[in-house]
Design a protein around this ligand. Structure first.
Ligand code: NI
Length: 182
């Protein structure tokens, strides 16, 4: 296993739509090595999700691990470490909700982004088995953020109000009052 470099905004690979993994690629031992590297890289960086393009691999693959528990958004449901191969999102409630998002590829910043509030996710696991799950609230945002990476999108593309893009220190001082405007 190895900690990989996380590409930062400005690297062209982050803007490139990633391609789906083939059946052969899903079955290959090489994919386990890549996922192990992603898990180690995510743990080292201290995030809740990482998409393969963020470490320079343009494949539709992401991992998410959310500890859960109380947060500024209320009680968050935990998501154990899960590998999402070729994930697809379907919006099941298009009403928008906003959260302050951060991204390992946009370090040091937070931005307020509105997204549909409930989604259904379909994906394959490392055994090739299909799964689906529905998520609402903060989790719906996490999945949409992560899978946006697979389409070459970053959360900053979805900012409606550029005054709600802040450095983390300023966010800690002023972010709540900014959020209260909505
Ligand atoms: Ni991100």
């Amino acid at each position: 296993m190895a900690i990989r470099e996380i590409l930062r905004m400005g690297h062209p690979l982050l803007r490139q739509p990633a391609r789906e993994l083939t059946e052969d690629e899903i079955a290959a031992p090489k994919l386990r090595v890549l996922v192990d590297d992603m898990v180690e890289t995510l743990a080292d960086a201290g995030g809740i999700g990482l998409a393969a393009p963020q470490i320079g691999v343009s494949l539709r693959l992401a991992i998410i691990r959310i500890p859960g528990g109380p947060s500024r958004y209320g009680e968050i449901e935990a998501v154990p470490l899960t590998v999402y191969v070729n994930p697809e999102i379907e919006v099941i409630d298009a009403a928008e909700q906003g959260f302050w998002e951060g991204c390992l590829s946009v370090p040091g910043l937070r931005g307020f982004v509105k997204r549909p509030r409930a989604i259904r996710v379909r994906w394959r696991d490392l055994e090739g088995i299909e799964h689906k799950a529905e998520h609402a609230g903060f989790l719906a945002t996490v999945f949409q953020h992560e899978f946006d990476h697979l389409d070459g999108r970053l959360y900053v593309d979805r900012l409606e109000d550029s005054t709600k893009l802040m450095f983390e220190e300023e966010f800690a001082r002023f972010g709540d009052s900014a959020a209260a405007v909505d």
